[in-house]
Design a protein around this ligand. Sequence first.
Ligand SMILES: NC(=O)c1ccc[n+]([C@@H]2O[C@H](COP(=O)([O-])OP(=O)(O)OC[C@H]3O[C@@H](n4cnc5c(N)ncnc54)[C@H](O)[C@@H]3O)[C@@H](O)[C@H]2O)c1
Length: 354
Amino acid sequence: MCNEIQRPLAEICSRYPQDQIVVVLDRRVAYETAYPTLRLEVSEEHKDLSTLTQIWDFFFAHHLTRSGLVICIGGGVLTDMAGLAAAMYKRGVDYVNIPTTLLSMVDASSGGKTAINYHGLKNSIGVFAEPVETLICPNWLHTLPAEQLLSGYAEMLKTGLIEDNVQSDNVQCTKDNVQGTKESLWNRLLNYDLEALDEQSLAPLIADCVAVKTQIVSSDPHEQGARKALNFGHTFGHALEEVTGYGLRVTGTMPHGYAVLYGMIAELYLSVTRLGCPREPLQHLTQLMLHYYGKPQCKCSDREQLIALMQQDKKNERAAEINCTLIRSIGEPVINQVITPDEAAEAFDYLFSL
Ligand SMILES: NC(=O)c1ccc[n+]([C@@H]2O[C@H](COP(=O)([O-])OP(=O)(O)OC[C@H]3O[C@@H](n4cnc5c(N)ncnc54)[C@H](O)[C@@H]3O)[C@@H](O)[C@H]2O)c1
Protein backbone atom coordinates (compact mmCIF):
# COMPACT_ATOMS: atom_id res chain seq x y z
CA MET A 1 0.00 0.00 0.00
CA CYS A 2 1.19 3.52 -0.73
CA ASN A 3 1.39 5.44 2.53
CA GLU A 4 0.87 8.74 0.71
CA ILE A 5 -2.70 7.95 -0.23
CA GLN A 6 -3.80 6.55 3.14
CA ARG A 7 -4.77 9.92 4.56
CA PRO A 8 -6.73 11.22 1.54
CA LEU A 9 -8.44 7.85 1.21
CA ALA A 10 -9.40 7.82 4.90
CA GLU A 11 -10.78 11.34 4.50
CA ILE A 12 -12.92 10.29 1.53
CA CYS A 13 -14.14 7.15 3.34
CA SER A 14 -15.13 9.23 6.39
CA ARG A 15 -17.84 10.84 4.23
CA TYR A 16 -19.65 7.50 3.76
CA PRO A 17 -21.37 5.04 6.13
CA GLN A 18 -18.61 2.58 7.08
CA ASP A 19 -20.76 -0.48 6.28
CA GLN A 20 -21.36 0.95 2.80
CA ILE A 21 -17.78 0.87 1.53
CA VAL A 22 -16.45 -1.96 -0.64
CA VAL A 23 -13.23 -2.53 -2.55
CA VAL A 24 -12.73 -4.00 -6.02
CA LEU A 25 -9.09 -4.98 -6.29
CA ASP A 26 -6.76 -6.23 -9.02
CA ARG A 27 -5.55 -9.64 -7.81
CA ARG A 28 -1.92 -8.78 -8.59
CA VAL A 29 -1.93 -5.74 -6.30
CA ALA A 30 -0.94 -6.21 -2.65
CA TYR A 31 -3.45 -4.32 -0.52
CA GLU A 32 -4.92 -5.09 2.88
CA THR A 33 -8.16 -3.50 4.05
CA ALA A 34 -10.92 -4.09 6.56
CA TYR A 35 -13.58 -3.32 3.92
CA PRO A 36 -15.17 -6.21 1.99
CA THR A 37 -12.94 -6.85 -1.01
CA LEU A 38 -13.51 -8.52 -4.37
CA ARG A 39 -10.18 -9.68 -5.83
CA LEU A 40 -10.42 -9.94 -9.60
CA GLU A 41 -8.29 -11.71 -12.14
CA VAL A 42 -7.69 -8.86 -14.55
CA SER A 43 -7.02 -9.10 -18.25
CA GLU A 44 -8.34 -7.58 -21.45
CA GLU A 45 -10.16 -10.80 -22.40
CA HIS A 46 -12.01 -10.76 -19.07
CA LYS A 47 -13.05 -7.13 -19.50
CA ASP A 48 -16.53 -8.32 -20.32
CA LEU A 49 -20.13 -8.72 -19.25
CA SER A 50 -19.47 -11.78 -17.10
CA THR A 51 -16.92 -9.92 -14.94
CA LEU A 52 -19.29 -6.96 -14.75
CA THR A 53 -22.06 -9.20 -13.38
CA GLN A 54 -19.55 -10.73 -10.94
CA ILE A 55 -18.90 -7.22 -9.56
CA TRP A 56 -22.65 -6.47 -9.32
CA ASP A 57 -23.22 -9.79 -7.49
CA PHE A 58 -20.55 -8.73 -5.00
CA PHE A 59 -22.28 -5.35 -4.47
CA PHE A 60 -25.65 -7.06 -3.91
CA ALA A 61 -24.11 -9.65 -1.56
CA HIS A 62 -22.84 -6.79 0.62
CA HIS A 63 -26.15 -4.89 0.47
CA LEU A 64 -24.49 -1.85 -1.06
CA THR A 65 -26.90 1.08 -1.38
CA ARG A 66 -26.70 4.26 -3.39
CA SER A 67 -25.17 6.05 -0.40
CA GLY A 68 -22.12 3.77 -0.56
CA LEU A 69 -18.63 4.02 -2.02
CA VAL A 70 -16.70 1.64 -4.28
CA ILE A 71 -12.91 1.83 -4.04
CA CYS A 72 -11.39 0.65 -7.33
CA ILE A 73 -7.72 -0.35 -7.09
CA GLY A 74 -5.83 -1.62 -10.11
CA GLY A 75 -4.89 -0.96 -13.71
CA GLY A 76 -7.05 0.45 -16.48
CA VAL A 77 -8.97 -2.76 -17.04
CA LEU A 78 -9.99 -2.89 -13.37
CA THR A 79 -10.88 0.81 -13.05
CA ASP A 80 -12.79 0.82 -16.38
CA MET A 81 -14.88 -2.20 -15.32
CA ALA A 82 -15.39 -1.41 -11.63
CA GLY A 83 -16.19 2.20 -12.55
CA LEU A 84 -18.84 1.01 -15.01
CA ALA A 85 -20.25 -1.42 -12.44
CA ALA A 86 -20.51 1.41 -9.89
CA ALA A 87 -21.98 3.88 -12.39
CA MET A 88 -24.80 1.49 -13.36
CA TYR A 89 -25.51 -0.18 -10.02
CA LYS A 90 -28.84 1.10 -8.68
CA ARG A 91 -28.46 4.01 -11.15
CA GLY A 92 -25.10 4.98 -9.76
CA VAL A 93 -22.99 4.73 -6.64
CA ASP A 94 -19.89 6.83 -5.92
CA TYR A 95 -16.50 5.39 -6.71
CA VAL A 96 -12.91 6.38 -6.18
CA ASN A 97 -10.04 5.29 -8.42
CA ILE A 98 -6.62 4.23 -7.16
CA PRO A 99 -4.57 3.44 -10.28
CA THR A 100 -1.69 0.97 -9.87
CA THR A 101 -0.29 0.84 -13.42
CA LEU A 102 1.50 3.64 -15.23
CA LEU A 103 -1.13 3.61 -17.96
CA SER A 104 -4.00 3.94 -15.53
CA MET A 105 -2.21 6.74 -13.63
CA VAL A 106 -1.65 8.90 -16.69
CA ASP A 107 -4.83 8.08 -18.55
CA ALA A 108 -7.45 5.46 -17.64
CA SER A 109 -8.21 6.43 -14.04
CA SER A 110 -9.29 10.01 -14.73
CA GLY A 111 -11.74 11.58 -17.11
CA GLY A 112 -14.79 9.44 -16.31
CA LYS A 113 -14.73 6.96 -19.21
CA THR A 114 -15.83 3.51 -18.05
CA ALA A 115 -16.32 0.47 -20.27
CA ILE A 116 -16.18 -3.20 -21.08
CA ASN A 117 -15.41 -4.88 -24.39
CA TYR A 118 -18.33 -6.42 -26.25
CA HIS A 119 -18.15 -8.99 -29.06
CA GLY A 120 -14.42 -8.33 -29.13
CA LEU A 121 -14.87 -4.60 -29.77
CA LYS A 122 -12.83 -2.46 -27.41
CA ASN A 123 -14.72 -0.44 -24.80
CA SER A 124 -17.87 -0.55 -26.91
CA ILE A 125 -20.26 -0.66 -23.94
CA GLY A 126 -19.75 2.02 -21.32
CA VAL A 127 -20.80 5.31 -19.79
CA PHE A 128 -19.22 8.58 -18.76
CA ALA A 129 -19.13 8.70 -14.95
CA GLU A 130 -16.49 10.67 -13.05
CA PRO A 131 -14.91 9.11 -9.96
CA VAL A 132 -15.32 11.26 -6.84
CA GLU A 133 -11.52 11.30 -6.70
CA THR A 134 -8.48 9.72 -8.34
CA LEU A 135 -5.59 9.11 -5.92
CA ILE A 136 -2.27 8.68 -7.67
CA CYS A 137 0.81 7.25 -6.00
CA PRO A 138 3.74 6.26 -8.26
CA ASN A 139 5.05 3.84 -5.58
CA TRP A 140 2.66 1.17 -6.88
CA LEU A 141 4.85 1.02 -9.99
CA HIS A 142 7.58 -0.72 -8.03
CA THR A 143 6.04 -4.14 -8.72
CA LEU A 144 4.85 -3.42 -12.27
CA PRO A 145 6.56 -5.53 -14.99
CA ALA A 146 8.79 -3.59 -17.42
CA GLU A 147 6.46 -4.38 -20.34
CA GLN A 148 3.56 -2.69 -18.51
CA LEU A 149 5.72 0.34 -17.69
CA LEU A 150 6.51 0.68 -21.41
CA SER A 151 2.82 0.29 -22.19
CA GLY A 152 2.00 3.23 -19.94
CA TYR A 153 4.89 5.22 -21.36
CA ALA A 154 3.29 5.00 -24.80
CA GLU A 155 0.20 6.87 -23.52
CA MET A 156 2.58 9.47 -22.03
CA LEU A 157 4.21 9.88 -25.44
CA LYS A 158 0.73 10.40 -26.89
CA THR A 159 0.13 13.13 -24.34
CA GLY A 160 3.38 14.85 -25.32
CA LEU A 161 2.43 14.72 -29.00
CA ILE A 162 -0.99 16.30 -28.58
CA GLU A 163 -0.21 18.95 -25.96
CA ASP A 164 3.01 20.73 -25.13
CA ASN A 165 1.69 23.55 -22.99
CA VAL A 166 1.59 21.91 -19.56
CA GLN A 167 0.21 23.44 -16.36
CA SER A 168 0.83 20.83 -13.67
CA ASP A 169 0.14 22.84 -10.50
CA ASN A 170 -3.47 21.73 -10.04
CA VAL A 171 -2.75 17.99 -10.05
CA GLN A 172 -3.26 15.81 -7.03
CA CYS A 173 -0.14 13.68 -7.16
CA THR A 174 1.57 12.43 -4.06
CA LYS A 175 5.14 12.73 -5.35
CA ASP A 176 7.03 15.96 -6.06
CA ASN A 177 5.58 17.77 -9.02
CA VAL A 178 7.84 19.73 -11.28
CA GLN A 179 6.03 22.92 -12.11
CA GLY A 180 6.59 25.36 -14.88
CA THR A 181 9.52 23.53 -16.49
CA LYS A 182 10.41 25.31 -19.72
CA GLU A 183 11.40 22.27 -21.82
CA SER A 184 8.47 20.82 -23.73
CA LEU A 185 6.78 17.69 -22.42
CA TRP A 186 7.54 15.88 -25.69
CA ASN A 187 11.28 16.66 -25.43
CA ARG A 188 11.40 15.63 -21.80
CA LEU A 189 9.67 12.36 -22.70
CA LEU A 190 12.11 11.75 -25.57
CA ASN A 191 15.12 12.52 -23.37
CA TYR A 192 13.94 10.36 -20.48
CA ASP A 193 16.19 7.34 -19.99
CA LEU A 194 13.87 4.39 -20.58
CA GLU A 195 16.63 1.99 -19.50
CA ALA A 196 16.46 3.51 -16.01
CA LEU A 197 12.70 3.80 -15.86
CA ASP A 198 11.56 3.97 -12.21
CA GLU A 199 8.75 5.48 -10.17
CA GLN A 200 10.88 8.26 -8.62
CA SER A 201 12.08 9.79 -11.87
CA LEU A 202 8.74 9.25 -13.60
CA ALA A 203 6.72 11.10 -10.97
CA PRO A 204 7.06 14.64 -12.44
CA LEU A 205 6.25 13.38 -15.94
CA ILE A 206 3.21 11.52 -14.61
CA ALA A 207 2.01 14.72 -12.95
CA ASP A 208 2.34 16.66 -16.20
CA CYS A 209 0.51 14.02 -18.23
CA VAL A 210 -2.32 13.99 -15.69
CA ALA A 211 -2.43 17.79 -15.86
CA VAL A 212 -2.83 17.67 -19.65
CA LYS A 213 -5.59 15.08 -19.43
CA THR A 214 -7.42 17.01 -16.69
CA GLN A 215 -7.22 20.21 -18.70
CA ILE A 216 -8.54 18.59 -21.90
CA VAL A 217 -11.31 16.62 -20.17
CA SER A 218 -12.55 19.63 -18.20
CA SER A 219 -12.95 21.56 -21.46
CA ASP A 220 -14.98 18.75 -23.07
CA PRO A 221 -16.11 16.07 -20.58
CA HIS A 222 -18.28 14.11 -23.04
CA GLU A 223 -15.95 14.17 -26.03
CA GLN A 224 -17.88 16.47 -28.32
CA GLY A 225 -14.70 18.06 -29.67
CA ALA A 226 -11.42 18.88 -27.90
CA ARG A 227 -11.31 15.60 -25.95
CA LYS A 228 -11.02 13.67 -29.21
CA ALA A 229 -7.36 14.78 -29.22
CA LEU A 230 -6.76 12.13 -26.55
CA ASN A 231 -7.79 9.47 -29.09
CA PHE A 232 -4.62 10.04 -31.12
CA GLY A 233 -3.22 6.62 -32.04
CA HIS A 234 -6.35 4.83 -30.85
CA THR A 235 -8.29 4.28 -34.11
CA PHE A 236 -5.49 2.14 -35.55
CA GLY A 237 -4.43 0.98 -32.09
CA HIS A 238 -7.80 -0.45 -31.09
CA ALA A 239 -8.07 -2.35 -34.39
CA LEU A 240 -4.63 -3.89 -33.79
CA GLU A 241 -5.65 -4.91 -30.27
CA GLU A 242 -8.92 -6.37 -31.52
CA VAL A 243 -7.45 -8.29 -34.45
CA THR A 244 -4.94 -9.97 -32.17
CA GLY A 245 -7.80 -11.04 -29.89
CA TYR A 246 -6.03 -9.27 -27.03
CA GLY A 247 -3.04 -11.50 -27.54
CA LEU A 248 -5.01 -14.73 -27.80
CA ARG A 249 -4.54 -15.45 -31.48
CA VAL A 250 -0.87 -14.55 -31.87
CA THR A 251 2.26 -15.47 -30.02
CA GLY A 252 2.79 -13.07 -27.17
CA THR A 253 0.43 -10.34 -26.07
CA MET A 254 -0.17 -6.78 -27.12
CA PRO A 255 -0.60 -4.56 -24.07
CA HIS A 256 -2.90 -1.59 -24.70
CA GLY A 257 -0.08 0.97 -24.77
CA TYR A 258 1.86 -1.04 -27.35
CA ALA A 259 -1.20 -1.00 -29.63
CA VAL A 260 -1.50 2.76 -29.09
CA LEU A 261 2.18 3.22 -29.99
CA TYR A 262 1.73 1.27 -33.23
CA GLY A 263 -1.46 3.22 -33.88
CA MET A 264 0.38 6.49 -33.37
CA ILE A 265 3.00 5.49 -35.94
CA ALA A 266 0.26 4.77 -38.50
CA GLU A 267 -1.55 8.00 -37.62
CA LEU A 268 1.70 10.02 -37.68
CA TYR A 269 2.31 8.62 -41.17
CA LEU A 270 -1.10 10.00 -42.19
CA SER A 271 -0.37 13.23 -40.34
CA VAL A 272 2.69 13.65 -42.57
CA THR A 273 0.97 12.69 -45.83
CA ARG A 274 -2.37 14.47 -45.25
CA LEU A 275 -1.50 17.43 -43.05
CA GLY A 276 2.16 18.11 -43.80
CA CYS A 277 3.27 17.31 -40.24
CA PRO A 278 7.10 17.35 -39.96
CA ARG A 279 8.61 13.82 -40.14
CA GLU A 280 10.68 14.09 -36.90
CA PRO A 281 8.01 12.79 -34.47
CA LEU A 282 7.38 9.82 -36.80
CA GLN A 283 11.10 9.09 -36.93
CA HIS A 284 11.51 9.42 -33.16
CA LEU A 285 8.56 7.17 -32.40
CA THR A 286 9.77 4.59 -34.92
CA GLN A 287 13.20 4.53 -33.24
CA LEU A 288 11.57 4.03 -29.83
CA MET A 289 9.42 1.23 -31.24
CA LEU A 290 12.35 -0.62 -32.78
CA HIS A 291 14.52 -0.17 -29.69
CA TYR A 292 12.06 -0.89 -26.88
CA TYR A 293 8.69 -2.17 -28.07
CA GLY A 294 9.43 -4.37 -31.06
CA LYS A 295 7.39 -4.55 -34.25
CA PRO A 296 3.66 -5.31 -34.13
CA GLN A 297 3.01 -9.05 -34.16
CA CYS A 298 0.29 -8.80 -36.72
CA LYS A 299 0.41 -10.02 -40.30
CA CYS A 300 -0.20 -7.84 -43.36
CA SER A 301 -2.87 -10.31 -44.45
CA ASP A 302 -4.94 -9.11 -41.47
CA ARG A 303 -5.28 -5.73 -43.20
CA GLU A 304 -8.84 -6.16 -44.52
CA GLN A 305 -9.96 -7.33 -41.10
CA LEU A 306 -8.20 -4.40 -39.46
CA ILE A 307 -10.00 -1.95 -41.73
CA ALA A 308 -13.37 -3.64 -41.10
CA LEU A 309 -12.75 -3.30 -37.36
CA MET A 310 -11.89 0.39 -37.74
CA GLN A 311 -15.20 0.89 -39.54
CA GLN A 312 -16.92 -0.39 -36.36
CA ASP A 313 -14.98 1.96 -34.07
CA LYS A 314 -17.18 3.81 -31.61
CA LYS A 315 -15.44 7.08 -32.46
CA ASN A 316 -16.94 7.09 -35.96
CA GLU A 317 -19.82 9.49 -36.52
CA ARG A 318 -21.29 7.83 -39.63
CA ALA A 319 -21.72 4.17 -40.46
CA ALA A 320 -18.60 2.51 -41.85
CA GLU A 321 -16.47 5.66 -41.95
CA ILE A 322 -13.03 5.75 -40.32
CA ASN A 323 -12.52 8.75 -38.07
CA CYS A 324 -9.07 9.57 -36.66
CA THR A 325 -7.31 12.27 -34.74
CA LEU A 326 -4.12 13.34 -36.52
CA ILE A 327 -1.58 16.08 -35.71
CA ARG A 328 -0.40 19.00 -37.82
CA SER A 329 2.66 19.41 -35.59
CA ILE A 330 3.59 18.57 -32.00
CA GLY A 331 0.91 20.01 -29.74
CA GLU A 332 -1.46 20.68 -32.65
CA PRO A 333 -4.03 17.86 -32.88
CA VAL A 334 -6.59 17.86 -35.69
CA ILE A 335 -9.74 15.93 -34.82
CA ASN A 336 -12.42 14.32 -37.05
CA GLN A 337 -10.12 13.31 -39.88
CA VAL A 338 -12.19 10.91 -41.97
CA ILE A 339 -9.84 8.66 -43.91
CA THR A 340 -10.56 6.26 -46.76
CA PRO A 341 -9.94 2.48 -46.54
CA ASP A 342 -7.11 2.98 -49.05
CA GLU A 343 -5.42 5.54 -46.83
CA ALA A 344 -5.83 3.21 -43.85
CA ALA A 345 -4.29 0.36 -45.86
CA GLU A 346 -1.35 2.59 -46.88
CA ALA A 347 -0.72 3.56 -43.25
CA PHE A 348 -0.82 -0.12 -42.18
CA ASP A 349 1.57 -0.97 -45.05
CA TYR A 350 3.96 1.68 -43.75
CA LEU A 351 3.74 0.35 -40.18
CA PHE A 352 4.25 -3.28 -41.21
CA SER A 353 7.18 -2.33 -43.49
CA LEU A 354 9.26 -0.96 -40.59
N1 LIG B 1 -11.02 5.01 -19.28
C1 LIG B 1 -10.09 5.58 -20.01
O1 LIG B 1 -10.10 6.79 -20.23
C2 LIG B 1 -8.98 4.73 -20.54
C3 LIG B 1 -7.84 5.35 -21.08
C4 LIG B 1 -6.80 4.54 -21.51
C5 LIG B 1 -6.89 3.16 -21.42
N2 LIG B 1 -8.01 2.60 -20.90
C6 LIG B 1 -8.12 1.15 -20.78
O2 LIG B 1 -7.14 0.71 -19.84
C7 LIG B 1 -6.86 -0.64 -20.12
C8 LIG B 1 -5.36 -0.88 -20.00
O3 LIG B 1 -4.97 -0.61 -18.68
P1 LIG B 1 -3.58 -1.13 -18.10
O4 LIG B 1 -2.51 -0.88 -19.08
O5 LIG B 1 -3.46 -0.57 -16.75
O6 LIG B 1 -3.75 -2.71 -18.11
P2 LIG B 1 -4.29 -3.75 -17.01
O7 LIG B 1 -5.32 -3.17 -16.15
O8 LIG B 1 -4.60 -4.98 -17.76
O9 LIG B 1 -3.00 -4.02 -16.11
C9 LIG B 1 -1.86 -4.61 -16.70
C10 LIG B 1 -1.35 -5.79 -15.85
O10 LIG B 1 -0.70 -5.28 -14.68
C11 LIG B 1 -1.22 -5.93 -13.50
N3 LIG B 1 -1.01 -4.95 -12.42
C12 LIG B 1 -1.77 -3.88 -12.12
N4 LIG B 1 -1.17 -3.14 -11.16
C13 LIG B 1 -0.02 -3.79 -10.84
C14 LIG B 1 1.05 -3.51 -9.94
N5 LIG B 1 1.09 -2.39 -9.21
N6 LIG B 1 2.07 -4.38 -9.87
C15 LIG B 1 2.08 -5.51 -10.65
N7 LIG B 1 1.13 -5.81 -11.54
C16 LIG B 1 0.09 -4.95 -11.64
C17 LIG B 1 -2.62 -6.29 -13.88
O11 LIG B 1 -3.10 -7.36 -13.09
C18 LIG B 1 -2.45 -6.71 -15.34
O12 LIG B 1 -1.96 -8.02 -15.41
C19 LIG B 1 -7.39 -0.96 -21.49
O13 LIG B 1 -8.50 -1.81 -21.37
C20 LIG B 1 -7.80 0.39 -22.02
O14 LIG B 1 -8.90 0.30 -22.89
C21 LIG B 1 -9.04 3.36 -20.47
